[in-house]
Design a protein around this ligand. Structure first.
Ligand SMILES: [Zn+2]
Length: 166
């Protein structure tokens, strides 16, 4: 996956399809949320929500200006295409950190899982429950996390490869 595709994936995750549509507009100049709403034919509240989601991860910014005729404050938006690599790196590093924490947690705690998949509990809790699922009465079975941890490690490796190429 190249950088543009990765950014699009990130945008879709945080700002949804409307976020992607806005990103792909590549407007030459700043636009107000209202103008975007008209150009795209999308409900203004949906446009705003997507814009603020893009703003939160650093891919959009706005300038406030009072409209001299109406007295309303207008938000002029600009996409930060120049920041996409930086944002991508930061977000990938965040995901990577969470995966590391997950490995740590999984390897420090022994878990039991209901044979029917309803609950996952820690060993102490499973003991208190007499290894019986509180929801369905099924048996709580020891959960082998080695495979799960291997999968997380693969994911981390993939992120590292992407980060090296960015
Ligand atoms: Zn159960």
């Amino acid at each position: 996956m190249n950088e543009d595709e990765l950014v699009r994936e990130l945008i879709e995750r945080v700002a949804g399809e409307i976020g992607l549509i806005i990103w792909d507009m590549r407007p030459k100049e700043e636009l107000t949320d209202e103008e975007m709403s008209i150009i795209l034919g999308i409900e203004i509240n949906d446009v705003r929500r997507a814009l603020f989601s893009l703003y939160e991860i650093g891919l959009a910014e706005y300038r406030r200006k009072r409209d001299e005729d109406t007295g309303w404050i207008e938000y002029y938006w600009k996409m930060r295409y120049d920041r996409q690599r930086e944002v991508l790196r930061r977000e990938l590093e965040k995901v990577r950190e969470k995966l590391e924490e997950k490995i740590q947690y999984e390897s420090e705690n022994i878990h039991y899982m209901c044979e029917n998949g309803c609950v996952k509990v820690r060993y102490e809790e499973a003991m208190e429950l007499n290894f019986t699922c509180p929801r369905c009465g099924g048996r709580l079975e020891y959960l082998d996390v080695v495979n799960a941890i291997d999968k997380i490690r693969d994911e981390i490796r993939r992120i590292d490869e992407i980060l090296m190429e960015l």
